[in-house]
Design a protein around this ligand. Structure first.
Ligand code: CMC
Length: 429
């Protein structure tokens, strides 16, 4: 709490004193809860200036290009940690010691398989269904399998649900792909990491003994780590809102996946790669740059710009490094898509329009290039984002449910529709 206050002069002549809350990092927050009692609501479409919750999980300073998970810089975690450890950190608040880490990894890996009955769901979908459509349905359907542990007020039930989600969503994600190409599902190997397993479940066949290269596993692990949480973005807020009604975590996470699907959010990496392919050749870049600058053309350079990061996206820096490692390993420097990406990056970083508007390549620009080089189809990109973000979603959901003063989320509105009027019979209209 703080002793700072803000004074607001209301239209009825009264003055309202509002408490100013001080965060451990970031901007002060004006507590507007007293406004409701005074007879007013606040109006903030897009929640541009609204904090809807208190959280201890992730901090972003867009101006500084800073992203911290539980206080730890994302660059350090991407370099020195791994996805499983980051999951522990996001869920529990502290880095684990060796025993805690091993116990957590063993627990997570113990839950990677999905119920055999779940396989039947896949057969109901067309082979050409978007994998996000399948993912939303199958993750939601997990609710039907774990009736024994759906009491959200029981911390142990919440813990096991979190484990199940973190462990099973990668398996489900890979199953979505295998179903679309008509290949048999691959079972996870619990001695291996989630990143290793994801690649193996995507690409290995019963007919060969393919194993993912450690450089690809590291790149995948980094993609997971960098996407694991991002504060109160649209999908995370969706999970919190859905969960605030007491809905079970599988249903809440399925709603987050649905929200993530949109091109302004998780769908941007897919849109970015499609754009690189549409450009097709370096010689066509000037045409697309001109279109991006043309105010009468709705086209935007996908993979550039960010609502919060206005100097650089710290995740993009790390992803760029991985993109070079992966393309080197796969000998794909001459790949036309990569050539277009490199040239576009160069031009956009020098072009005054992009420099002045602070439009830097974002994480999706490089992650799309990596995933494409590995051979992952573009319609799986958002699925991979969802897989990684599941860790953030369950951590944020768990934090919210554990809060004793939790309230159902229920925004108000500025009503601008018709005033009260009487019903008119159809013959008289
Ligand atoms: N290409 C061309 N011009 C752009 C772009 C772009 N990618 N992004 C922003 N602008 C221009 C925009 O036209 C506007 O110009 P003006 O001031 O002259 O009207 C100015 O820059 C500010 O744009 P804005 O839409 O007000 O900025 P925003 O902060 O609301 O939007 C954004 C952020 C990410 C939605 C936007 O930059 C964009 O559409 N980028 C492309 C999509 C994309 O890559 N999204 C992935 C974001 S990273 C994933 C995640 O964290 O979820």
């Amino acid at each position: 709490m703080s002793d700072k206050t803000a004074k607001l002069s209301l239209p009825n002549g009264e003055e309202l004193e509002l408490t100013v809350l001080s965060p451990t990092m970031g901007k002060d927050v004006i507590d507007v809860r007293a406004l409701g009692k005074a007879g007013y609501f606040t109006y903030d479409p897009g929640y541009v200036s609204t904090g809807a919750c208190e959280s201890k999980i992730t901090f972003i300073d867009g101006g500084k290009g800073q992203l911290l998970y539980r206080g730890y810089p994302i660059e350090q975690l991407a370099d020195q940690s791994n996805f499983e450890e980051v999951a522990y950190l996001l869920l529990n608040g502290e880095l684990p010691n060796k025993e805690e880490y091993e116990a957590f990894v063993a627990k997570i890996h113990n839950h990677t398989m999905v119920h055999q009955q779940m396989m039947n769901f896949f057969n109901g979908f067309r082979r050409d269904a978007h994998p996000m459509a399948i993912m939303i349905a199958v993750v939601g359907a997990l609710s039907a399998f774990y009736h024994d542990s759906l009491d959200i007020n029981d911390p142990q039930h919440r813990e096991i649900s979190a484990m199940r989600l973190i462990a099973k969503v990668p398996t489900i994600a890979a199953m979505c792909y295998r179903y679309s190409v008509g290949h048999p599902f691959v079972y996870p190997n619990n001695d291996k990491s989630l990143a290793w397993n994801f690649l193996n479940m995507m690409f290995s066949q019963p007919t060969n003994d393919w194993e993912p290269d450690p450089i690809l596993v590291k790149a995948m692990d980094r993609i997971f780590t960098l996407h694991a949480d991002h504060e109160q973005n649209a999908s995370t807020s969706t999970v919190r809102l859905a969960g605030s009604s007491g809905a079970n975590p599988f249903a809440a996470i399925a709603s987050g996946i649905a929200c993530l699907w949109g091109p302004a959010h998780g769908g941007a990496n897919e849109a970015c790669l499609n754009m690189l392919r549409e450009i097709g050749d370096v010689s066509r870049i000037p045409e697309f740059i001109a279109r991006a600058k043309d105010k009468s053309d709705p086209f935007r350079l996908m993979g550039f710009g960010h609502r919060v990061y206005k100097n650089f996206d710290p995740r993009a820096k790390v992803m760029r490094e991985s993109a070079y490692e992966v393309l080197e390993l796969l000998g794909k420097h001459d790949d036309p898509t990569f050539k277009v990406a490199l040239e576009l990056e160069k031009i956009a970083l020098e072009d005054p329009y992009f420099v002045e508007k602070k439009l830097y390549p974002n994480v999706d620009f490089y992650s799309g290039v990596i995933l494409d080089a590995i051979g992952i189809p573009t319609n799986m990109f958002t699925v991979i984002f969802a897989l990684a973000r599941t860790v953030g979603w369950v951590s944020q959901w768990n934090e919210m449910i554990g809060e004793p003063s939790r309230k159902i989320g229920r925004p108000r509105q500025l009503y601008t529709g018709a005033t009260e009027r009487d019903y008119v019979e159809i013959s008289k209209r």
